[in-house]
Each structure stands twice: as C-alpha cells, then as structure tokens.
Design a protein around this ligand. Structure first.
Ligand code: HEC
Ligand code: HEC
Ligand code: HEC
Length: 459
C-alpha cells in the first residue's frame, strides 16, 4: 500500500511536470536508425519471422479472437489495458498508417491518434530493433495479415493513470539512451543473440527487476540489473545472469533446447515462459536459438562450451533414474527409508510427488523438472511454488516436442497445513536452502488461485 501511494504521488508530480513540458516541448519522433532505399523490400518471410521473434501475436490476439485483431486484456494494478487492433483494417486497425507512424509506436510508444501508449506495449525493448526489421514487420502486417474490423474496448484506468500525457514524463525516466542497438564486443553470433534478447525478444520485460516507477530496471547488457530476475504477476522470472542463476550452470546446448522446446535435462517451462516458448521461441531458427543461448552464457565475459548446430534433436532418451548427488544423498536416504516416523513433509512428498520427481529430487530429463537447485522451489517468495502444488502446471507443446506434459494440482487433496509442510520440505531437501512456508501463506495463495479459476468455471 505504501509503495502504491509513493508511486501515486510521484506520478502526480511527474504529471504536473509533464503538463508544463508538453506546453513548451513539441514531440520529436525518433528517426530511422538505418538508411534504407525507398524501394527496399525485405526478403520473403522475414516480416513474419520478426513478428514471431517479437511475439506481437501473444498480446494482440484476444482469447478465441482473430489473429492481431486486438482486444486482449492485460491486467495491471491500475486496471485492464486493452491491446489494439493491428490488422490492416483501415478504420479499426492500422491499415491507413504510414511507416513513420508505425515506427513511432514501436520506438517512441506513440499510438495512432498521437496518444502516449501504456508501456504494457514493450516499446522499452522494441526501440532497439533495426529499421530493416521494423520495416519488414510493417510490410508483413499491412500485406500478409487478414484485415479484421474490430473496435477494441477503450482502456480506462483509474486517476491519475488515465492521463496519458503523464507517460511522456515517465518515458524520460524509463527510456535510457538512444533508440538504437549497441553491439557488445563479441563475435557475430553473440551480437546476434544480444540483438534478439534485448530487442525483439523483450526478455527484460519479465527477467529484469522493476524500478519504483515500474519501469524495466535494465533494458540492455550495459545495465547492471539487466536480466537479474523479475516478477510477472505473482510468478518469478528467474535471473538469467549472475553466478547463482541456473542458466549459467546449464550447457549452451541445454539453454538453446529450453528456449526451443521449453524443456531440457533439468527444467520444464511453465506459466508465462511456456507461452513465450509456444508462441515465439519455437519458431526461431537453430542459428538464432544458439546465438541467444551463447549470448546468455557469455554476457559477462564467461567462456561458453560450443553447442551442436541442430537444436533439440531427439536423442536416445536415458531411462535410468538419476541418482542423488552428494548434496541430495541425506534426503534421498530419508525418503527411501519410508519410515513411519518420517516428518510430515517428507511423507507427503513420498506419497504424492516421488513417482515423478523421484527421491533424488532430480526428476527426469525433458519430462519431470529437477527440484534440487530449482529457482522456483528456492524462490525468496514461495508463492509460485505453492501455486504450482495447488494448481499443477503444464509444459508447452512445440513442433520439436509435441507432447504437453501435465502435472495435476493438489488443491483438492492437501490441506493448507499439508501443503506448507510439503513446500517447506522441498525447500530444504537435497541441499536446498530456503525459508519455511507457513499455513497462512498457503491459505493466501489458495484464495488467489481460487479467484483466478472462478471466471473460467462460470463460462
Ligand atoms: C506484452 C504485450 C504486447 C506485445 C508483446 C506487443 N504489444 Fe503492441 N500493444 C500492447 C498494448 C496493451 C497496446 C495498447 C496500449 C495502450 O492502449 O496504451 C499496444 C499497442 C500497440 C500499437 C498502437 C496501436 C494504436 O492503435 O495506437 C501498435 C502499432 C502495436 N501495439 C504494435 C505491436 C507490434 C507490431 C508488436 C510486435 C512487434 C506488439 N505490438 C507487441 C501490448 C503488446
Ligand atoms: C512474459 C514474461 C517472460 C518473457 C517475455 C520471457 N520470459 Fe523467460 N521466464 C519467464 C518465467 C515466468 C520463467 C519461469 C518459468 C518456470 O517457472 O517454469 C522463465 C524462465 C526462463 C528460463 C529458465 C530459467 C530457470 O532458471 O529455470 C530461461 C532460460 C528464460 N526464461 C529465458 C528467456 C529468454 C531468453 C527470453 C527472451 C527471448 C525470455 N525468457 C522471455 C517469463 C518470461
Ligand atoms: C505425474 C507426475 C507428477 C507428479 C506426481 C508431480 N509432478 Fe511436479 N511436475 C510434473 C511435470 C510434468 C512438471 C512440468 C510441468 C511444467 O512445469 O510445465 C512438474 C512441475 C513441477 C514444478 C515446477 C518446476 C519449475 O521449475 O517450473 C514443481 C515445483 C513441482 N512440479 C513440484 C511437485 C510436487 C511438490 C509434487 C507433489 C505434490 C509434484 N510436483 C508431483 C510432474 C509431476
């Protein structure tokens, strides 16, 4: 509450400043960052590829709606922000837009009526994209997407967030440096990876923390907080950088496989990341997947192992259950003893979880995620872990790995006290070191989970 209040006060102050600034300073759109000939045309397929890499579809398509016709609600603490129709319909879409208008939306966050866009549209990241990609994308949207007439519901946030001109002041704070890509000192592959991660992929929108003004804290490699971990709704998007991050312990090949399929030898993606994989990353070429993986592994100057050219080829699958390692041995031994006086958490794990995640906590490659050293299990906030236990989880389905993997939820089977004991057990098992979870924490998450599920049941 205190945080919201201080944000509010800051926004009001900023709003006043912005009102003054608006009187004196006309808006100057950012010019193209590459000079292209007037008759320049992107090669066939490039625009669609850029659309996949930047995942426009995910936000601009309503549930069950026509592609790109908008009307998907994006929840924010201030109210729902409705995404725009970006099909080439002349009246309700962007059919009559010029390239300059489109660039202003992508780079400066200015909409078709000259209005400031809410940063739910990730222009904080798209502004690093090259003119050639922006133009390829614009041509694709204008010529290859079906025009759909769809008047999208107007966004009306609570005061003072309904005053869009306040966003102009916010932009001065939030948008650091020039709207152009700054390549790192690296080889072509690293630079391509950096370009995709910083720009189109907008990974920082979830994986960077937020400032007090809710701007992304770290949008490019040179920012020290870039990709050091963030929250998406109540979910954690783990740090991808720093020695404690799991990505830094995976091989380059494993990172690329995770992006392409949402799974690798250690982890299975769920929630928002499953959607990123399903809608966007699975369409990336092997070369681009490897480039992003290499960039992530080497962004702080580390050496990286070389990955095979083809990503996530189905190899012979080992059916041997991974044995517990040194750190996990004591926990595995306790579970194997199946002794009647085992602590409650351990007993619940053995009865409900060990069939898939095993007594070793190591899971099975590409099927059951490892719980030992798992960022979600160890999270400072235990909410996501409790939520997965209550609700279950499901992995993305991709062309390379078509099968959805599903874990059922335990909300109906376990009480709050039992879930607390179980969650505390996995947070301390196999050498994991994280705080205990209380019954009241679980009951809060349960209320949330039930509230989320309610509208679906009503349908
Ligand atoms: C994370 C969600 C998200 C993603 C990803 C996203 N957008 Fe948006 N976009 C929005 C929202 C929400 C709005 C409306 C913002 C507002 O009303 O202020 C918007 C607004 C726009 C507008 C302004 C339309 C108008 O009528 O003024 C354009 C153009 C646009 N987006 C294009 C794109 C393109 C192209 C992509 C892919 C490169 C993309 N968006 C990706 C959420 C997103
Ligand atoms: C819409 C939010 C969102 C975006 C955008 C996003 N991620 Fe994620 N990412 C998440 C969440 C949430 C998780 C945790 C998934 C889980 O718990 O299974 C995650 C997990 C990951 C992981 C596994 C980390 C670990 O320790 O288990 C990697 C690697 C990753 N993301 C890379 C990326 C890259 C690279 C991009 C940009 C191309 C990206 N993500 C874009 C939300 C996002
Ligand atoms: C039938 C097999 C099965 C059982 C039983 C099972 N799980 Fe899972 N679990 C899975 C699968 C498959 C996933 C991957 C789904 C995903 O993350 O998309 C998963 C994911 C998870 C995750 C998320 C990991 C991450 O990094 O995102 C956690 C935590 C977890 N399980 C804990 C448990 C606990 C605790 C129990 C016992 C209450 C349990 N599981 C029982 C199959 C199972």
């Amino acid at each position: 509450m205190k945080k919201i209040l201080s944000i509010l006060i800051a926004l009001i102050v900023l709003g006043v400043l912005a009102a003054l600034a608006l009187i004196y300073l006309p808006f100057k759109p950012t010019p193209a960052n590459e000079a292209l000939a007037a008759d320049w045309k992107a090669e066939a397929g490039r625009g669609e590829y850029v659309m996949r890499a930047s995942d426009c579809m995910a936000c601009h398509t309503a549930k069950g709606g026509e592609p790109m016709a908008g009307g998907r609600g994006i929840e924010s603490p201030m109210g729902t922000i409705w995404s725009s129709n970006i099909t080439p319909d002349k009246e309700t879409g962007i059919g009559s837009w010029t390239l300059d208008q489109f660039r202003a939306a992508m780079v400066d966050g200015i909409g078709g009526h000259g209005q400031q866009l809410y940063p739910a549209m990730p222009y904080e990241n798209y502004r690093f994209m090259k003119e050639s990609d922006i133009r390829a994308l614009f041509d694709y949207l204008q010529t290859e997407v079906k025009p759909v007439r769809n008047e999208v519901q107007a966004t009306s946030l609570s005061f003072p967030f309904n005053m869009r001109f306040g966003i102009r002041a916010w932009n001065w704070l939030a948008l650091s440096g020039e709207a152009d890509f700054k390549p790192m000192a690296g080889d072509d592959q690293q630079i391509r990876g950096q370009y995709l991660v910083e720009g189109a992929g907008h990974c920082a929108a979830c994986h960077s923390p937020r400032t007090a003004f809710m701007a992304q804290n770290g949008t490019r490699l040179s920012d020290s907080s870039f990709l050091t971990g963030g929250m998406v709704d109540d979910w954690s998007a783990p740090a991808l950088r720093g020695k404690d991050s799991r990505v830094q312990q995976w091989t380059t090949e494993q990172v690329a496989a995770y992006l392409a399929t949402g799974r690798n030898a250690h982890a299975v993606a769920n929630g928002e990341m499953a959607l990123v994989v399903e809608h966007s990353m699975q369409y990336m070429t092997d070369a681009d997947l490897n480039a992003m993986a290499k960039f992530l592994k080497t962004m702080d100057g580390q050496a990286a192992d070389a990955a095979p050219e083809k990503v996530a080829t189905p190899g012979p699958r080992s059916t041997a259950v991974a044995k517990a390692d040194g750190a996990g041995e004591a926990t595995a031994k306790l579970l194997k003893s199946a002794s009647p006086d085992m602590p409650l958490g351990a007993r619940l794990y053995l009865d409900n979880c060990a069939a898939c995640h095993f007594v070793s906590g190591k899971g099975a490659p590409e099927i059951f995620p490892e719980l030992q050293g798992n960022a979600m299990v160890l999270g400072k906030d235990a909410g996501p872990l409790v939520s997965v236990i209550l609700k279950g989880a499901s992995s993305p389905a991709t062309d390379r790995r078509p099968m959805h993997l599903v874990m059922q939820g335990y909300a109906d089977r376990l009480t709050d006290g039992e879930v607390a004991a179980l969650a505390s057990f996995v947070r301390k098992g196999w050498g994991n070191q994280a705080s205990d979870v209380s019954e009241s924490q679980v009951s809060k998450v349960r209320q949330h989970v039930q509230a989320d599920a309610a509208p679906q049941r009503a349908q």
